[in-house]
Design a protein around this ligand. Structure first.
Ligand code: TA6
Length: 298
């Protein structure tokens, strides 16, 4: 369906329209009395969230590609149905397939003048079965208002159970990474993926002054990014997640990433809402899991 047809069918004045957005991708542009947001149908990726009167909360690389089958660099990539490398299939894409495929827009709801809900779905297909031989329904429900509420609901429509690891791999926009501290992880155990993987435990003030790639376990609480240079804090509350990832590529890895500017690390930080490592979930036939992140400025 063309963006014009999608807009005719789903657009709501004062809430949302469907246009050709970044890179020409079909994008739901939300603008209501509380905030604005952008959500691409390719990959189901949230590329922007700006509470009215505030600055952008989501970071997107200016060097990102916007092509089906290629992960957008930044936004809120949907890493599904595996997080990281696929241990059974080295040819399978990093972080799963959902962020590489076209999703279907199924609804836009005007909840109130300051609240709009957008719903996309992804179902099993020939493309998904190339890498993951299960029947499923994946629903992304995004409510844009004073907070950004993201729900990623997986339903197992198959006759066999599957193991699911996943992430809402959110790239947050920060003013100056050297003036950021992160809260919510003190005392928690993490797998450090920088260099030889090893477990550690977060202690004391969490600053970002080197490459950080940490997968936290037994971590069901709320995280906060204190961004001193923008004089604001971003809170990430969550449900049905007992793990999280904190990632900043820092100087050398930024240079190695083609779609990431060399100085990109200075103004971004990933704090990801996950079911990763030991927090991966077995979903039985007919069962669902709803991974939820609620992002707000505090
Ligand atoms: O979540 C952190 C991480 O797993 C890092 O190891 C890094 O690879 C990042 O994801 C980005 O992965 P991507 O496949 O999007 O380049």
């Amino acid at each position: 369906m063309s963006v014009e047809d999608l807009n005719s069918k789903f657009g709501i004045k004062g809430h949302a329209s469907v246009v050709a957005g970044k890179g020409g991708l079909a994008t739901v542009m939300v603008k209501n009395a509380a905030a604005s947001a952008e959500i691409t149908l390719m990959g189901g990726s949230i590329l922007s969230y700006i509470p009215n009167g505030s600055k952008e909360c989501i970071w997107v690389s200016p060097d990102s590609l916007y092509e089906k089958g290629k992960a957008i660099r930044g936004g809120v990539p949907v890493c599904w149905p595996w997080f990281g490398k696929n241990m059974e299939n080295p040819d399978a894409p990093m972080h799963g397939i959902a962020r590489l495929l076209d999703w279907t827009l199924v609804g836009i709801v005007a909840n109130a003048p300051d609240s709009t809900t957008v719903k996309l779905i992804l179902r099993d297909s020939e493309e998904t079965r190339k890498f993951w031989d299960y029947t499923f329904t994946l629903e992304l429900t995004v409510t844009v208002g004073a907070t950004l509420d993201i729900s990623l609901k997986t339903t197992n429509n198959d006759i066999k159970p599957f193991l699911l690891s996943q992430a809402l791999h959110t790239y947050f926009n920060v003013g100056d990474i050297t003036k950021v501290t992160v809260e919510g992880f003190d005392g928690l155990r993490f797998l450090n993926k920088v260099g030889e993987p090893a477990y550690g435990r977060r202690k004391g003030t969490f600053v970002i002054d080197q490459e950080v790639d940490e997968v936290y376990q037994d971590c069901s609480g709320t995280a906060i990014i204190r961004d001193a240079s923008m004089n604001r804090s971003i809170q990430i509350a969550k449900e049905n997640s007992d793990s999280a990832v904190v990632w900043n590529p820092w100087i050398e890895k930024s240079k190695r990433l083609d779609d990431f500017p060399d100085d990109g690390y200075k103004t971004m930080l990933c704090v990801e809402t996950t079911n990763a490592l030991a927090d991966a979930r077995i979903i039985k036939p007919g069962e669902s899991i709803d991974l939820i992140a609620k992002i707000s400025l505090i």
